[in-house]
Design a protein around this ligand. Structure first.
Ligand code: ZN
Length: 141
């Protein structure tokens, strides 16, 4: 499939937190409403909480479940805060190929399974002026 020009919409903003329930409470004080479901993503060693913003985008809180987690390392180095932005694409393999041909560097050679059974990969912050950007493709069904 050939990606279309508008084939890149904001999917989520991910925020690294020390204490997911304390953070959920704080965002809910703003007037947001989180799903009650918490998901542990074993491959990333994080617990996640989701809050829909509109029909496409959500906020995702990430709490490390291990000192091996990249989120743990991020918080140790920089403190809690915005960790990455995620854009949804329809074909992540094509998109990665297209971007690599333009010189973008990716964290992983190939997409892998992320939260909510999506196929994801990360563009290196050096390719995005300091911002870690995730690309995500929803699996069908
Ligand atoms: Zn993400």
């Amino acid at each position: 499939m050939i990606p279309e020009l508008d084939d890149c919409i904001l999917d989520h903003i991910a925020i690294a937190v020390d204490d997911i329930e304390a953070s959920v409470k704080r965002y809910e004080q703003l007037g947001l409403k989180f799903d009650s479901k918490r998901e542990v993503v074993a491959s990333q060693k994080v617990k996640t909480a989701f809050c829909p913003i509109d029909s496409h985008a959500h906020i995702e809180l990430l709490e490390p479940t291990s000192e091996e987690s990249n989120i743990y390392k991020f918080i140790s180095k920089k403190g809690a805060g915005i960790h990455h932005l995620c854009f949804r694409v329809s074909d992540i393999i094509e998109k990665q190929k297209e971007l690599e041909s333009k010189g973008f560097k990716f964290i992983s050679v190939k997409p892998f399974e992320g939260a909510n059974a999506c196929l994801v990969n990360f563009i290196h912050p050096k390719s995005m002026h300091g911002v870690l950007v995730e690309l995500s493709q929803r699996k069908e069904g």
